[in-house]
Design a protein around this ligand. Structure first.
Ligand code: HMG
Ligand code: MG
Length: 307
């Protein structure tokens, strides 16, 4: 039997989604200045890839209607990439005009969630993304992608992961540099994660894949360990565990960034992130949202670790 943790990587890459995945799901509107302070605190903690907002319809996601103002208000420190969701060419144009060099497209592996989230069939969405990726390539912009509901759909239940595999193939063929396979509603368990990740790794190199795991049922870290063991090196997370998808009822936030960093550092895997500063960023998020957020390390703090 292969020993556990025999081949852990020296370092992994964390893609922070709290300003987008986190704030899109909040009923309270966070001001542009508040969002800017959150992004700055995340960058100060050492995060190098941050999804700052969404250039989607402001009628669908009013919380992020200030994407332009936010993008323009941010300094661009060396080595830091800011990205944002775009659902179509209009979103790409807005992101480019606001100075972004990277965007993320998104669709679902279940038709019902896709329809509720972006009002199109999966095939129609892929056709739109062929235009978006072609235009992004002409502009020298990088495109990341998400495939949602891979572990399960809030409307359809179990989804055959081969549907997500086919969508991922299409997204990579059209030029997306990485696809983040997503457990939108946080239903995944480790053996299922092994089966899904192995299916994907049989066809694509690990560098083209990431895991985006909502932590609704507390299984995200266990699923990340499985992904890590199998070779995945890119993980999405959200500071203090804030977030969800407004069109996926009952979904909690992504795995908390502090919990992920705490676990990885404890396993000897570097992230480039300073945990105490990340906890400070989580406190910024909690202050903006006027409540304690769900992340475990966010709640426990790091003071007790200093002895
Ligand atoms: P639609 O109503 O079919 O759009 O929505 P449309 O093309 O018919 O246009 C309707 C109006 O929206 C028009 O304005 C357009 O100009 C405008 P009007 O003429 O009526 O004044 N519009 C836009 N405005 C600004 N920016 C744009 C844009 N596009 C159209 N980019 C649409 C289709 C895709 C626009 C809509 O469904 C939408 O914006 N959906 C976004 C939903 C969303 O952001 N969901 C959450 C993110 S996904 C997620 O959380 C999952 C993820 O985290 C992974 C995981 O966890 O699984 C990524
Ligand atoms: Mg999400």
């Amino acid at each position: 039997m292969t020993p556990l943790f025999a081949e852990l990587p020296a370092e992994v890459s964390i893609y922070e989604v709290s300003p987008r995945d986190g704030l899109q799901n909040e009923s309270a509107y966070v001001t542009t200045d508040g969002k800017r302070r959150l992004v700055e605190a995340l960058v100060a903690a050492g995060l190098r890839r941050v999804e700052i907002s969404s250039f989607v319809s402001p009628r669908w996601i009013p919380q992020l209607a200030d994407a332009e103002e936010l993008a323009r208000s941010l300094e661009r420190p060396d080595g830091v990439t800011f990205s944002a969701l775009v659902p179509n060419a209009k979103g790409l144009g807005r992101a480019r005009a606001a100075g972004l060099r990277e965007v993320a497209v998104f669709l679902s592996s279940s038709e019902t969630h896709n329809k509720k989230n972006i009002a199109k069939t999966i095939d129609e969405t892929l056709a739109v993304y062929r235009e978006v990726t072609a235009e992004a390539a002409r502009e020298g912009m990088r495109v990341r992608a998400y495939v949602s509901t891979v572990w399960g759909c809030p409307y359809e239940g179990h989804v055959d992961p081969r549907r997500a595999l086919a969508i991922t193939r299409a997204l990579l063929e059209m030029g997306c540099y990485q696809v983040s396979i997503s457990d939108t509603i946080g239903v995944g368990t480790p053996r299922q994660t092994r089966d899904i990740v192995e299916l994907f790794l049989a066809e694509f190199p690990a560098s083209q894949l990431a895991l985006h795991l909502h932590d609704t049922r507390g299984t995200a870290l266990a699923n990340i360990v499985v992904g890590l063991e199998l070779g995945i090196r890119d993980f999405d997370s959200s500071v203090a565990g804030v977030g969800g998808c407004p069109y996926a009822p009952g979904a909690a936030g992504n795995v908390a960034s502090e919990d992920l960093v705490y676990m990885l550092h404890g396993m000897g895997v570097k992230t480039g992130v300073d945990l105490p500063r990340l906890v400070t960023a989580g406190k910024v998020a909690a202050a903006l949202l006027h409540r304690t957020l769900p992340g475990k390390v966010h709640q426990a703090g790091v003071e007790s670790l200093k002895a």
